[in-house]
Ligand binder design. Structure first.
Ligand code: DHK
Length: 152
């Protein structure tokens, strides 16, 4: 495994997360996805990790990025947006690469509609963090750092 593969966390964002900042701010907050990416990068760096932060509205592109993580990333943090609740393809992609994966959500999905209570990703996740707004991402970086380096 290369040194890059030991220190890079791929952080994936699914559909509609590019609208953060203006999208239902009472649920998702007022910070933009770019701002979240900057906070994640800074937090990862403080823990000796690098983040590769991406967003796509397309399920297949997310699948491709998960596949490409094999050999280039040590772990994956994902907010798959609505694909969380629908995507067997993302579920299968995570099973294929078998990297540590943490599922995040800004909102507490269990306080919301029933259709948000089902996740195809939780079955293959190391853990799930939801309900803490953008801190969900930072908590996931903390958790991933511990997963990758239990001694620290
Ligand atoms: C984001 C979405 O876009 C929704 O489809 C999920 C998640 C919840 C979030 O809270 O970050 O249901």
């Amino acid at each position: 495994m290369s040194s890059a593969a030991t220190s890079t966390i791929l952080v994936l964002n699914g559909p509609n997360l590019n609208m953060l900042g203006t999208r239902e701010p009472e649920i998702y907050g007022t910070q933009t996805l770019d701002e979240v990416g900057i906070l994640v990068a800074g937090h990862a760096k403080s823990l000796g990790l690098t983040s590769d932060f991406r967003q796509s509205n397309h399920e297949g592109e997310l699948v491709t990025w998960i596949q490409q993580a094999l050999g280039t990333a040590s772990g994956i943090i994902i907010n798959a947006g609505a694909y969380t609740h629908t995507s067997i393809a993302l579920h299968d992609a995570f099973k294929s690469v078998n990297l540590p994966m943490i599922e995040v959500h800004l909102s507490n999905v269990y306080q919301r509609e029933d259709f948000r209570h089902k996740s195809y990703l939780s079955l293959v996740a190391s853990g799930v963090i939801c309900g803490f707004g953008i801190n969900s991402y930072l908590l996931a970086v903390d958790a991933m750092a511990k997963l990758l380096n239990p001694e620290t």
